[in-house]
Design a protein around this ligand. Structure first.
Ligand code: RET
Length: 247
């Protein structure tokens, strides 16, 4: 289990330094904002994994009718800070309007906090699943924005933005669905691989691998595109509205 944590600490540390380096010459305010949001993703993750590795945000939950399970509750707590940054970066890329961006981020935070509740509930197994259901309902709103709202915004930007968004959207939706699946099958849910040390390690590695794609691969693809400050992103108004004079 701890190897999956130290691996991620190293990767996220390297990513943070690399992304700061990639953004060193960027001047456009919109591109800079997306850079700052994206650099925050591995930075938060580094802190999250160190919290787990140092034992601070890890605990044993004694669930009535089930027994003791290791809860890495720090993950759910820190997703509250990292996942909004992912959505902020995507929303700024496509020029989302503010209400939609706000909705995506607010429901995403709701998903993380209720996910934390699912992980910490010990009263009854079914109560954990009720939290899981509530969290999933929040999640579906985020998925709706990603699959329905933002593709429309992306379509009126340049072709390069539209195709990059298409790739990032697919990556994000597919990998994000992996998280509730790992929760449901892993030690904290149905425990299909049991609840022992080995099962805890498998569950932890599964989350770590999802994180590599959802954060690291995601951020590399986005920042590689933005480092050249493409005109399709820089010519836009900071509010996300299209400039009437330029279009
Ligand atoms: C939980 C369990 C409850 C139901 C749902 C979940 C979804 C979690 C997601 C997490 C994404 C995390 C990312 C982290 C990167 O920093 C909380 C597992 C729906 C979608 C992308």
């Amino acid at each position: 289990m701890s190897s999956s944590l130290w691996f991620m600490i190293a990767l996220m540390g390297i990513a943070t330094v690399l992304f700061v380096y990639m953004g060193r010459g960027v001047e456009d305010p919109r591109v800079r904002t997306i850079f700052v949001a994206t650099i925050g993703i591995p930075a938060v993750s580094l802190a999250s994994y160190f919290g787990l590795a140092s034992g601070l945000t890890i605990g044993v939950v004694d669930i009535a009718g089930r027994g003791e399970v290791v809860a890495m509750w720090g993950r759910y707590l820190t997703w509250t800070f990292s996942t909004p940054l992912i959505l902020l970066a995507l929303g700024l890329l496509v020029g989302s309007d503010r209400p939609t961006l706000f909705a995506a981020i607010a429901f995403d935070i709701g998903m993380c906090v209720t996910g934390l509740a699912a992980a910490l509930t010990r009263q009854a197994v079914w109560m954990r699943w009720v939290w899981f259901g509530i969290s999933s309902a929040f999640f579906l709103v985020v998925v709706y924005v990603l699959l329905v709202e933002w593709p429309r915004d992306a379509a009126v930007q340049g072709d390069d933005v539209e195709s990059l968004f298409g790739l990032l959207r697919t990556l994000t939706v597919v990998l994000w669905f992996g998280y509730p699946i790992v929760w449901a099958l892993g030690t904290e849910g149905l425990a299909v691989v049991g609840t022992g040390v080995g099962a805890t390690a498998i569950t932890s590695w599964a989350y770590s691998l999802l994180d590599v794609g959802a954060k690291f691969v995601f951020a590399v693809l986005l920042l590689r595109f933005l480092a050249d400050e493409p005109a399709s992103v820089t010519r836009r108004q900071p509010t996300g509205a299209q400039s009437p004079t330029e279009d």
